[in-house]
Ligand binder design. Structure first.
Ligand SMILES: NC(=O)c1ccc[n+]([C@@H]2O[C@H](COP(=O)([O-])OP(=O)(O)OC[C@H]3O[C@@H](n4cnc5c(N)ncnc54)[C@H](OP(=O)(O)O)[C@@H]3O)[C@@H](O)[C@H]2O)c1
Length: 281
């Protein structure tokens, strides 16, 4: 399994970038793909797919949210002789009434899971909850920089999962046989509220960050005032809803199951990110 390159899509993203570096740290050959990656690959340009799949045995798939392109991609991968697929999905997607899905993200992820499971290839599904790295590289990073996180999440909590742990699970699934047919739901070890999360970041960075809970209506109005199209603002508020309603508070055991060790805490994430210069002044 290991001499042929491993294709990593989304290779510049939060999970893919770490998968690439953890695989390379083991001396394994990697094809790091994305629109701006080392290997140019665009989900929306099927003309780029064959070159990405040529001579590959295993793939980490980070899909383009809101699309159903994983099914044709997996079919093409099978024709290229790919043997193993690890799919990035999301926690909660099969929970009835988990969230409004106005942008079709959950529907797309469910379709991708079905496609992978029906592919006849070896498959593993990674279903992470909220990434801790949203505070350093994602949705909430700007808010941390300006010192105020304004969200319609009330005092809802979630067990943020460190993308280093997500990548470690993905790497295990790409390189070890025993993960075939597994769905790993991934979270951190304990749910923390957004207030606790920003207080932990404040402690690690020495800068003040506060959380300001907003109403859904107030939040959507703020985003629209910032220039968001109203439909996008509402879709983004939908993404926050499971946090506010407590549906994301549960802890999942996927890291322990896949790796035989507990997941990293939010405080470990905050300290290591601050030490690595992840929140420049
Ligand atoms: N963030 C969370 O808290 C969270 C929680 C649960 C599940 N998820 C799911 O996890 C997935 C996101 O994973 P992530 O956070 O690791 O990724 P990410 O940081 O959002 O990065 C997205 C990656 O996709 C690539 N990309 C974007 N458009 C592309 C296109 N048209 N063709 C090819 N590549 C494209 C980007 O690279 P280029 O720009 O270089 O092309 C980038 O490498 C999503 O499916 C999301 O629903 C996220």
């Amino acid at each position: 399994m290991t001499e042929l390159p491993i294709l990593v899509t989304g290779a510049t993203g939060k999970s893919g970038r770490r998968v690439v570096s953890q695989l390379r740290a083991r001396g394994l050959p990697v094809r790091a793909a994305g629109r701006n990656g080392e290997h140019v690959f665009d989900w929306t340009d099927r003309g780029t797919w064959d070159a990405a799949l040529e001579g590959v045995r295993s793939i980490y798939i980070v899909q383009l949210d809101g699309t159903k392109l994983v099914r044709p991609f997996v079919e093409r991968a099978a024709r290229h002789g790919v043997r193993r697929i690890v799919l990035a999905s999301g926690r909660g997607i099969d929970m009835p009434g988990y969230a409004q899905d106005s942008s079709g993200v959950l529907e797309g992820l469910l379709d991708s899971e079905t496609a992978v499971r029906e592919s006849g290839l070896e498959w593993t599904i990674s279903r992470p909850g909220w990434f801790a790295q949203n505070f350093s590289e994602g949705f909430f990073a700007d808010a941390v920089r300006v010192g105020e996180l304004r969200l319609p999440a009330g005092d809802g909590a979630t067990a943020f999962v460190d993308a280093e742990d997500i990548a470690a699970v993905v790497v295990a699934a790409l390189t070890e046989d025993r993960h075939a047919g597994q769905i790993y739901e991934l979270s951190g070890p304990r749910a923390v509220t957004l207030g606790e999360a920003v207080a932990t970041i404040s402690e690690a960075t020495g800068r003040e960050v506060r959380y300001v809970p907003l109403s859904v209506q107030g939040y959507v109005a703020e985003l629209v005032q910032q220039g968001w199209p109203p439909a996008d603002a509402e879709s983004f508020a939908d993404v926050i809803e499971p946090l506010r309603t407590g549906k994301d508070e549960y802890v999942s055991n996927g890291v322990q199951r896949a790796l035989g060790r507990p997941p990293r805490t939010f405080a470990e994430f905050a300290r290591s990110t601050a030490a690595a210069g992840g929140w420049p002044a």
